[in-house]
Design a protein around this ligand. Structure first.
Ligand code: G3P
Length: 226
């Protein structure tokens, strides 16, 4: 499983990239609003993220029609070669996904909450599919089991050649809120987890790791002073 960071905050992206295990970034309009992003600076901001991270950087369309999404997608994809256009799984979104994939533009189909949405997204040429775990939990459903179903269903088929070139579709486990969400996504075989910065930090922490380091340091002090 690859790790993406789910944020538009440049400091967080820089720090996560410095850990050496970051494969990409996802953003959405809410994450951009959260950092106080300005409309006129959006594309420049995505360009700044692409300078920090070589891997896929998802930038979302805010259009509601296929035509608008295609126009947004072309503009966003022109920012940098690693930009992935994020499009919601609606009829208009699927049509735009097909059109952009046919032009060689990679699309991350987002706001996916069931198996049929995911398979339709793959058939429309999505490069990435983003099932949302936490938001499904929020309405009293089981986000992890929904993610497991989607991973299993997509793995039943070979989607190479359906999207851009012969690239395979990848599942991005999204709306992850805890280390357990990330662990379970890995166990069920999600290709990627996109993780909020604070949760990503927690993913590398364990109290026994800290305690072990303290013990090693204390014992090494004894060796130095012997
Ligand atoms: O990647 C999607 C994510 O940003 C949504 O997360 O916590 O707003 O449901 P959340």
């Amino acid at each position: 499983m690859k790790f993406f960071v789910d944020t538009a905050n440049l400091d967080e992206i820089k720090e996560a990239a410095s850990w050496g295990a970051l494969a990409g970034v996802t953003t959405n309009p809410s994450l951009y609003a959260r950092i106080g992003g300005k409309l006129e600076d959006f594309e420049a901001h995505i360009a700044r993220i692409c300078e920090i991270v070589d891997g896929p950087v998802s930038a979302e369309t805010v259009a509601m029609t296929a035509e608008g999404m295609i126009a947004d997608g072309r503009r966003l994809a022109a920012i940098a070669p690693n930009v992935v256009v994020k499009i919601p799984v609606t009829a208009e979104g699927l049509a735009a996904t097909r059109a952009l994939a046919d032009e060689g533009i990679r699309v991350n189909v987002t706001l996916v909450f069931n198996v049929t949405q995911a398979i339709l997204a793959a058939r429309a040429g999505a490069r990435y599919i983003s099932p949302f775990v936490g938001r499904f939990d929020d309405i009293g459903e089981d986000g992890l089991s929904q993610l497991a179903d989607i991973v299993a269903a997509v793995q039943n088929y070979d989607f190479r050649g359906v999207g851009v070139g012969d690239e395979e579709v990848e599942i991005i486990a999204a709306s992850l809120r805890s280390v357990n969400h990330v662990s379970q996504a890995a166990l069920m075989g999600a290709d990627i987890s996109t993780v909020p910065f604070n949760v990503l930090k927690k993913c590398m922490q364990h109290p026994l790791t800290d305690r072990g380091i303290d013990t090693f340091m204390a014992d090494w002090e004894k060796v130095r002073n012997a």
